[in-house]
Design a protein around this ligand. Structure first.
Ligand SMILES: [Zn+2]
Length: 827
């Protein structure tokens, strides 16, 4: 009895040869995300008491082209739907990010270098002579009384004259102005003006331009984290009525529906727009190149007011210039027909005319199918010199040809940008997550669908795949941060990979390789629909994807979103067994027919490290009587043997070196050139997070085994994914180095009777020794010295041989930590 226990313990140790601590990679993430409550339910849906604030805006703004300033009068109607009474409100003043006194604010890079371009120096010193930031002329209540305010950088506290009770609304009247920034002068400019000296004209991109309500919600209270340029926006939904006064010859592209086309558009333009509403296959030119060029020369000093209304949007932006060409077409979605429109200066030709509106259409179609139909009447893409930036119904998109020519790469970049920025209408413009806090929530989900749009609508173009994230994920762990890092805490060099690409690849893995398209698409759609026009948090996304699909994804979230671990699976061994029947009487208690299984004891470890040595023989004994129990009649040893006869059994050992648990795809290439794939779910890592063995039965013989052959899991090291291995130093070399001769090895070969009563067999194949504990698969030994060996796969175990001088018999000592067993060779 004692013997059996010791033996079992010893082998139990063997099977769990893992020296690394259990990390609980499959434990629920409940303690890592905010707990559910009445506002956010445990299913991931908005809770029964969910609320959010609302802000309607009426704005009259005047664009002064001569001085590059904008002046506005706005009325905010703020609805307090929260259960709280509010004595003050916070208003966002993003234009203050470039204000002189806020010098250290939003300064992304303050390092000096030996050599620096003037432009970089300009970013570094910021536009020192430029009086950026708001002048707030007045803040009044509905009765015209002044309200006290206090400005803290990009946030303004409005100390209400009367407390705003829960369930009530209040009006704020704010008069303001600010000088529009030259967007080439400030790093990370999402808006501002671009000046064209050739024809002395300007394109104005006007965004985060009017004082806007900060978000007040159940998770943050006031989201009044300062604008530091990287972390974008958190905004409330509302209806807008906006009047924009610009030079008479300007054309305005804006969020919302144009309310007064007859006073701002020519009869011809209106006629063409009507045509465009019925043109579903190609855009109609509303303003042609010739007309735009004529416009450029006009330089009217008179003004004209464009009126736009927008319903249920979280922001409002517009572009204005006399340089704009304009094309438009209709895009029919199941529940909405949208006007897709592009505005661009002639500098964008010809590629903008060819690609922009088409890209809008593709984005509208793919995103609508994946989430919900685009709900707004227009979707606009405006050309800019660089970067892309999104707002409701309108986006500013970089990408211009040089002398009318654009490289393939630049064209793909430009179209990708348009798709991406149009896609932001869903995330975060409608599924309105908090960008200032979690950049990945909108950028990650949006890039995922943007890449899907590119892959589906532009086959042959580059798009993100799991391979794309490998360089980032195999990077220096001292620099890497988890995806679950607040927006402004990420490095400028890293945020693209960490907040855009890594979540994208994570969602691709879930969709293509973990959940499958059907389950994933349904769950993703559920999330989008649950949270449209609302403010979701990460937990709401995590919970919904599980809730809508009956899939436990906590292991995936834990690893992919909360750590900087990477995927690195190693195919450390493949053992080959072959079954054939023969009669045998060795150690055969009942004289039953025995089956021998050939195991590749040698080939897994031999010099060539391949299958060329063939399988090796181990015995398959008859099931002992005590194992039968009440199932005696159900087990037929002979039938089992017959079924296995001639088949190939492969035991694979896979190690998890990178830390992330993932499903494992195994490709078998057979000697006849055919192949087959098996996929193991991530659950195989539940009990041992570092190493697993799995056994497969194949009719055909295998010549090569590969892990993750289709590169689905962003494995950072593909060199350890195949068997036979190609290792630089083989164990054969180690043997040679240790100068152990064949004849010395042969003195160790034999059967040893161990003192607890079990047997150990040592045998040799070429220059390798193998140890076989009764009934267990063979393990290879590799030498530390001429008499001491380590056991492969059992890092703490040691095998020592010694010749007993009195009896002249070979003895063996197996030790592992503080356990050890001695034995004597008996044959
Ligand atoms: Zn984006």
């Amino acid at each position: 009895m004692r013997t059996t226990i010791c033996l079992l313990l010893f082998f139990a140790f063997n099977l769990q040869a893992q020296n690394q601590p259990w990390k609980g990679k499959f434990e629920p993430i409940d303690n890592m995300i905010s707990p559910p409550n009445a506002y956010r339910s445990a299913s991931g849906a908005p809770g029964s008491a969910y609320w959010q604030q609302r802000a309607n805006y009426k704005i009259k703004a005047v664009l002064d082209e001569k001085n590059n300033t904008i002046t506005g009068e706005e009325t905010i109607t703020y609805f307090n739907n929260s259960p709280d009474d509010l004595s003050y409100l916070w208003i966002q003043l993003e234009q203050n990010v470039n204000k002189k006194e806020n010098e250290d604010f939003g300064s992304i890079n303050n390092r000096m270098k030996d050599s620096i371009t003037t432009r970089q120096m300009q970013f570094l010193t910021r536009a020192i002579d430029f009086p950026a930031g708001y002048s707030i002329k007045s803040v009044k209540d509905a009765n015209g009384n002044n309200i006290k305010t206090m400005v803290n950088n990009t946030m303004m506290k409005v100390k209400l004259n009367t407390v705003l009770k829960s369930g009530e609304s209040t009006k704020l009247l704010i008069d303001w102005s600010y000088p529009i920034t030259d967007r080439s002068m400030f790093l990370l400019s999402r808006e501002g003006y671009e000046y064209f000296p050739e024809d002395d004209n300007t394109v104005y991109l006007i965004a985060h331009w009017f004082p806007r309500m900060a978000v007040y919600n159940d998770t943050e209270g006031w989201q009044n984290q300062q604008f530091q340029k990287l972390g974008e926006f958190a905004l409330e939904f509302g209806d807008y009525e906006v009047e924009i006064t610009v030079p008479q010859d300007h054309v305005v592209a804006s969020t919302g529906t144009l309310q007064n086309p007859e006073s701002v558009l020519t009869k011809t333009q209106r006629k063409r727009l009507e045509q465009a509403k019925k043109s579903f296959d190609k855009p109609v030119m509303v303003i042609t190149k010739e007309e735009a060029e004529a416009n450029e020369k006009e330089k009217s000093t008179k003004q004209k007011t464009w009126k736009f209304n927008a319903k249920n949007v979280r922001d409002f932006a517009f572009a204005s210039s006399r340089k704009f060409m304009w094309d438009a077409q209709a895009v029919k979605l199941p529940t909405n027909t949208v006007m897709a429109m592009s505005f661009y200066p002639k500098e964008g030709l010809p590629v903008w005319q060819e690609e922009s509106t088409k890209a809008i259409m593709h984005a509208l179609q793919v995103y609508s199918e994946a989430t919900f139909d685009y709900p707004y009447p227009v979707c606009i893409s405006v050309n800019t010199s660089n970067i892309g930036m999104e707002f409701p119904m309108i986006s500013f998109n970089g990408g211009r040809p040089k002398n009318g020519k654009i490289s393939d790469g630049a064209k793909q970049g430009m179209v990708g940008t348009i798709i991406h920025e149009v896609g932001h209408n869903w995330f975060p413009m409608i599924v309105s997550s908090d960008e200032r806090k979690w950049m990945w929530m909108d950028e990650g989900l949006n890039t995922f669908l943007h890449q899907r749009t590119v892959a589906e609508r532009y086959p042959g173009w580059n798009s993100v795949t799991p391979k794309s994230i490998v360089p980032f994920m195999s990077g220096d762990k001292d620099i890497l941060r988890p995806i679950m890092t607040n927006s402004d805490n990420e490095l400028l060099s890293q945020f693209g990979a960490n907040f855009y690409l890594k979540p994208t690849v994570g969602l691709q893995i879930l969709r293509n390789s973990v959940m499958g398209k059907e389950l994933f698409d349904e769950a993703f759609k559920e999330y989008a629909n649950r949270w449209k026009y609302k403010h979701p948090n990460p937990a709401d996304l995590f919970r919904t994807l599980e809730d809508a699909s009956a899939t436990d994804l906590d292991w995936f979230y834990r690893g992919w979103f909360f750590t900087t671990d990477n995927v690195d699976m190693e195919l450390s061994n493949v053992k080959w067994f072959k079954v054939y029947e023969e009669n045998s009487n060795i150690e055969d208690q009942k004289n039953n027919s025995k089956t021998k299984i050939a195991a590749n004891g040698s080939n897994a470890n031999a010099k060539a490290k391949d299958f060329s040595n063939g399988p090796e023989v181990v015995t398959m004994t008859t099931t002992p009587d005590q194992s039968y129990g009440q199932f005696l009649s159900r087990i037929d040893d002979a039938a089992v043997r017959k079924q296995l006869s001639g088949k190939n059994i492969y035991e694979v050992t896979i190690k998890n070196l990178g830390g992330l648990v993932m499903p494992v795809t195994i490709e078998w290439i057979f000697t006849d050139g055919t192949s087959e794939t098996n996929t193991l779910p991530s659950d195989i890592w539940r009990r041992n997070e570092y190493e697993i063995q799995e056994t497969f039965i194949k009719d055909k013989e295998v010549s090569k085994v590969n892990l993750d052959p289709n590169f689905e899991f962003a494995d950072t090291n593909m060199e350890n994914n195949s068997f036979p291995k190609t290792e630089s130093v083989s164990e054969f070399d180690t043997f040679k180095e240790n100068k152990i001769t064949e004849s010395v090895l042969d003195t160790y070969v034999g059967t040893y009777k161990m003192d607890p009563g079990f047997e150990v067999k040592i045998y040799r194949k070429d220059m390798s020794l193998y140890i076989n504990f009764a009934g267990q698969p063979a393990d290879s030994l590799y030498p530390i010295s001429e008499t001491e060996f380590k056991v492969k796969g059992m890092p703490n175990a040691k095998v020592e041989f010694a010749s007993n001088k009195e009896t002249n018999k070979m003895t063996i000592k197996l030790s592992k930590e503080d356990e050890s067993y001695k034995g004597v060779k008996v044959e």
